[in-house]
Design a protein around this ligand. Structure first.
Ligand code: G6P
Length: 362
């Protein structure tokens, strides 16, 4: 039974563990061995002809949208904006002639996102909802739907929905890019990459005891913590910090590593944990120097590094994968660090205080 916790103490750990299978499932549902995809050609056409893509989401889904922007711009060359739903709903945005809207929502019921969709429909723009729940409100009210096929997500802290959203965005961006005859999209073998992501996730999950040790040593007694990175790693730092905050109540910030020195570094004290996420060739050296800056102010520094960029003293090394979809791997240690911090603080991992799984009020 999918909604049974089985041998797991909490749903969150079960859902973290399910991620490799979700990757394999999405690859087999949405792509063919020949490299073709199974997406609705009419939908691909609508996105291909758009002059702007707008991605809308809340919480973790918003963070998955930030990763999506990078992929859409790289693979389709269509300018892409990402919006926090509750802000965008009451903005007065300057829209282009032919925008296309993508709604990301695990539940498909988030009121903030729905408010945007109501406006989008009133103005006659086309939209797609990427959701885990068939026939949910956001799915019914958008022109198109892509399902996440992640199985029910019960834990309030979202894990498999985030990685499933990124995988679906990657499949979609590739497909639109190919329709636009972008060479970079033709060369991006998303089916193979999702296979590598699945294997890579499993390798990290198999080392979870080591991650629990790190949680105990660095986070359980911390009052605040930082995740830092640049570019796509910065977007993962936001999700990594959110996981830690919501279930372990450690005040955590995700930050652009280069921006830290312009003020926020004042918060670093003796023993403050700072985790550097390092997966991109272009910025690896820079993030490493920013970590050193925090080390010399007393921080305990840790790293989550892609194998090809790793050095002797790195803390957690994740397998190599295309740089565009490294969040599928770099987020896993962060999910587990949050999980074990919460668990070892004796908190209710699946039901953190003050939070709801699906927020149906604005
Ligand atoms: C709530 C949940 C978050 C989630 C957000 C958006 O705040 O606690 O985990 O990311 O809603 O939910 P959605 O279902 O739209 O992805």
């Amino acid at each position: 039974e999918e909604t049974d916790k089985g041998p797991y103490p909490y749903y969150m750990l079960k859902e973290v563990d399910e991620q490799p299978n979700v990757m394999r499932k999405l690859a087999s549902i949405y792509t063919e061995e020949t490299g073709k995809d199974n997406l609705d050609p009419e939908m691909i056409d609508a996105i291909k002809n758009a002059d702007r893509i707008h991605i809308v989401g809340a919480g973790t889904s918003y963070h998955a949208g930030l990763v999506g922007k990078k992929m859409f711009e790289k693979l389709t060359h269509i300018p892409t904006e990402v919006h926090v739903a509750s802000e965008f709903a009451y903005d007065d945005p300057l829209l282009t002639k032919n925008p296309f809207f993508i709604f990301l929502s695990q539940s498909g019921e988030t009121a903030d996102s729905r408010e945007v969709l109501v406006n989008v429909n009133a103005r006659g723009f086309k939209s797609l909802t990427i959701t885990n729940v068939a026939n949910s409100t956001l799915s019914r009210e958008a022109n198109y739907t892509l399902l996440l096929h992640a199985g029910p997500e019960i834990s309030v802290a979202s894990t498999k929905a985030y990685t499933a959203q990124i995988a679906v965005e990657a499949i979609l961006a590739k497909s639109v890019g190919v329709a636009k005859e972008q060479v970079i999209a033709e060369d991006f073998d998303v089916r193979q990459q999702l296979g590598l992501a699945a294997t890579g996730m499993q390798a990290i999950i198999d080392e979870k005891d080591e991650i629990e040790k790190l949680a105990k040593e660095y986070f359980v007694n911390a009052t605040r913590a930082f995740y830092i990175g640049r570019g796509i790693d910065q977007t993962v730092s936001l999700e990594a910090a959110l996981k830690l905050k919501e279930i372990s109540y450690v005040q955590a910030e995700g930050f652009a590593s280069g921006e830290l020195k312009h003020g926020t570094i004042a918060l670093i004290e003796e023993g403050t944990p700072v985790v550097g996420i390092i997966t991109q060739v272009k910025t690896a050296g820079l993030t490493r120097s920013n970590l050193q800056e925090t080390l010399s102010r007393g921080a305990n520094i840790l790293t989550i590094v892609r194998s090809g960029l790793s050095k002797e003293d790195d803390t957690i090394v994740v397998p190599d994968i295309d740089e565009m979809i490294t969040p599928l791997l770099s987020v896993i240690p962060a999910q587990l660090l949050a999980y074990y911090t919460s668990l070892n603080k004796g908190l209710d991992v699946d039901r953190p205080r003050n939070l709801a799984k699906s927020v149906t009020v604005e």
